[in-house]
Design a protein around this ligand. Structure first.
Ligand code: SF4
Length: 346
């Protein structure tokens, strides 16, 4: 991509997207927060939460010194809570080792929870130095522009190589603005199923546009497993029993209604304890959902207490009774919230 085309792309982006809140107050800290928030979450969702997160944790130090629970609570609504835990761990690491966020890529990558994308985002957008924060949007735009095809990791390395070999890392440009513009283009114009090439500032040199060939990603075949989860709604005296998800398991640190594995086509499945001590007849509702490669049937049961077998299995985890009002403020797992809300509205 030549210098003139990059300047055209940057001018296009700055005309319309300068006002995003995290672009108005760039620092290494705000870049780290916003880029981790933006992974797998829409700009609209992040726009709603970014300011309040910074108000609650205005600096690296305040974030590092807060508890994980406080950070997870402030993350409610953004989903993929592992990112919040990673952000918190990285903040603690930087605070204890440097008392600031370092400006060298190797040092950034040593922090737990910081991968190549976030490190490059901090270098490019926090420091305005040559780097590409290669996320899904950048891959789509640049793979189409150069007509690259392959698996995600192959595309990432082809794009990185092109960036360095073509001298794009030595242009007299703002790399902050270049990265932001590529993200804007991928998000709004070069969309997955429907690229609007006639509106695109790169269209004159884009190979995908010239060849009318927009496919770029070869997706690996995914195994699918069937999973039945037993969800026991325990309600007594208008209080609801919840337990906290343990470390290194799905939904770590979130509250959930007591949940057990009823059956699974993946024999080694160990996210939940297995327990089949309730009969099909006792099911009050059935809800479908999906997570990673699991197609899930949520079998809902209702009771005033857990049975002995269930109690034994859950006794290793923190448990607590909550009022309906408490559910508004705690970090409750998404599926549990849905099940409880539908129960409450009946
Ligand atoms: S011309 Fe079309 S395919 Fe090429 S980058 Fe622009 S929107 Fe994407």
């Amino acid at each position: 991509m030549n210098l003139q085309l990059i300047e055209k792309l940057i001018a296009w982006s700055q005309k319309q997207f300068k006002e995003l809140p995290w672009r108005k107050k760039r620092s290494l800290y705000t870049t780290m927060v916003s880029e981790i928030m933006l992974q797998q979450t829409t700009v609209t969702a992040v726009e709603k939460r970014f300011e309040s997160f910074l108000k609650r944790f205005p600096s690296l130090k305040t974030l590092a010194l807060s508890s994980e629970e406080e950070v997870l609570n402030e993350w409610i609504g953004l989903g993929y809570y592992r990112r919040a835990r990673n952000l918190h761990k990285a903040a603690q690491y930087f605070q204890s080792h440097f008392q600031t966020i370092p400006d060298q890529k190797e040092e950034l990558l040593n922090a737990p929870g910081i991968g190549a994308y976030t490190a490059n985002a901090i270098i490019a957008m926090g420091l305005d130095r040559p780097a590409l924060a290669i996320d899904g949007n950048l891959i789509r735009v640049l793979a189409r522009f150069y007509q690259f095809q392959g698996k995600r990791s192959q595309l990432e390395s082809k794009i990185e190589k092109k960036f360095l070999q073509s001298g794009m890392d030595r242009y007299p440009i703002s790399y902050r603005a270049f990265n932001e513009a590529l993200m804007d283009l991928g998000r709004t114009i070069c969309q997955n199923d429907d690229p609007h090439c006639s509106l695109c500032p790169l269209s004159s040199k884009c190979k995908a546009n010239t060849n009318h060939q927009f496919d770029y990603l070869i997706k690996p075949e995914k195994k699918q497993y069937d999973l039945s989860l037993k969800r026991v709604l325990v309600i007594k005296s208008n209080k609801i029993l919840l337990y906290k998800r343990p470390e290194k398991k799905w939904l770590q640190g979130q509250w959930e209604i007591p949940t057990f594995t009823q059956s699974c086509s993946h024999e080694k499945f160990d996210q939940y304890d297995w327990d089949q001590t309730r009969t099909q007849k006792q099911i009050i509702n059935e809800v479908s959902s999906a997570i990673t490669c699991y197609k899930i049937k949520n079998l809902i049961f209702k009771d005033t207490k857990l049975n002995t077998s269930e109690q034994k299995k859950l006794k290793h985890y923190e448990q607590k009774w909550f009022s309906w009002d408490d559910l508004e403020t705690i970090n409750l797992a998404h599926q549990s919230r849905k099940i409880l809300l539908s129960k409450k509205s009946r």
